[in-house]
Design a binder for this molecule. Structure first.
Ligand code: NAD
Ligand code: WQD
Length: 339
């Protein structure tokens, strides 16, 4: 299939690109490099032996995006391009509404005009806000509590209402939980930026001695050890879910919604312990107040995706931690794992 990947030089898009190429799809990437660099294109090439077509382009620019569609004529689109920081979305909601919703609108217009009939959308656990039940299923109430989550839910609704009017179109919404890890070949991983504040980015900073201790937000949650619990998923498992979702969209209903999680929750302490074991050194902790809006516990039911496709999460938490350490050059590559 000819697949256009928006945001394909970002963290999740680049890993997904390698899986798509390995499975024989023809790929083109559009990315404005607002949160990535063109080096990632070379890294995809080194990893797969194929350098995809690339347009440096802002998807908000409809005319330019049409030129990409005109030139590439994709059958399907996987849409990663978006802003993704919760705190930034609270500071600058308009930028998030514009990029995440208007960007999706531009893309749908192009798909309509150029008859691209399959669509996979990157959504997020943030659409559930503070989940009303565990595990979180696709039927759990969606009630985002920050502008980031609101824009992703609005984009989902936009996609649903558009697809309902087009008989040939099929769409899949994937709601990701907490992706971690890097590609085993060693050329791709999450580029930790100054503004990256997720748990693993912070652990990496401590292990690199850029920061003395890890701030642990909350020690009195109603969880096993009092720290927040999340559903961490290996980036390669997440990448593979996209290719399975594209396949699933061929045969079933017009719009499918899937959670992409493992079904297991791990606490902050679990993650720290696993990194310490993989690294062979301690991560000093500093307990702090809970972050505003942080749920105690979030983990997904991935049963719907498993029932409809061959997808299974195959990598362990240790695989996630080891691959991060290898990518960050904190540990030499070990023996080939099952990745
Ligand atoms: P990322 O920032 O690494 O990748 C996004 C890419 O999109 C970047 O390369 C950026 O340059 C590009 N981009 C942004 N706006 C653009 C625009 N207007 N035009 C063209 N390119 C644009 O983020 P990621 O972690 O790979 O996330 C990808 C998607 O997954 C996002 O839609 C995000 O909301 C969603 N998501 C991410 C996570 C996570 O924890 N990383 C979790 C759930 C959902
Ligand atoms: C994980 C756990 C923190 C940092 C975010 C977005 C979500 C989705 C995934 C995009 C929590 C604790 C963290 C630290 C800590 N992204 N923590 N010290 O908040 O589950 O999800 O990324 O769609 O929308 O909100 O991820 O990695 O920030 O936090 O103790 O320095 O680690 O309290 O329990 P989160 P996270």
């Amino acid at each position: 299939m000819k697949v256009l990947v928006t945001g394909g030089l970002g963290y999740i898009g680049s890993h997904t690109a390698t899986v798509l190429i390995n499975q024989g799809h023809e790929l083109a990437i559009v990315d404005d490099l607002s949160n990535s660099s063109e080096d990632v294109l070379d890294a995809i090439g080194r990893t797969t032996g194929v350098k995809p077509k690339f347009w440096r382009h802002d998807i908000l620019n409809l005319e330019g995006l049409e030129r990409v569609f005109e030139a590439f004529r994709p059958d399907g689109v996987i849409h990663f391009a978006a802003y993704k920081s919760v705190p930034e979305s609270i500071r600058d909601p308009l930028a998030y509404w514009e990029n995440n919703v208007q960007g999706t609108l531009c893309l749908l217009k192009c798909m309509d005009k150029y008859h691209a009939s399959r669509f996979v959308f990157s959504s997020t656990a943030a659409v559930y806000g503070i989940p009303t039940e565990l595990p979180v299923t696709e039927l759990t109430e969606t009630k985002p509590i920050n502008p980031y989550g609101q824009t992703k839910l609005a984009a989902e609704q936009l996609i649903a209402s558009f697809i309902a009017t087009r008989s040939n179109m099929r769409g899949v919404i994937l709601r990701y939980f907490n992706p971690v890890g890097a590609h085993p070949a060693g050329f791709l991983g999450e580029v930790v930026k100054e503004q990256s504040h997720n748990l693993v980015a912070q652990i990496v900073r401590v292990l690199k001695k850029e920061q003395e201790a890890l701030s642990v937000f909350g020690k009195d949650f109603p969880t096993r050890d009092g720290t927040g619990v999340r559903d961490y998923i290996h980036i390669m498992d997440l990448a593979e879910a996209h290719v399975e979702a594209l396949e699933a969209s061929k045969k079933t209903s017009k719009l499918l919604v899937y959670n992409v999680g493992t079904g297991h929750g791990y606490s902050v302490i679990d993650i720290v312990t696993r990194f310490e074991a993989a690294m062979g050194s301690r991560v000093p902790l500093r307990f702090e107040q809970r972050r505003i809006g942080d749920p105690a516990e979030v983990y997904a039911s991935g049963e719907r995706l498993k029932a409809d496709t061959r997808w299974r999460p195959r990598r362990s938490l240790s695989d996630m931690c080891l691959s991060v350490l290898q990518w960050e050059d904190l540990k030499e590559s070990g023996p080939a794992s099952d990745l």
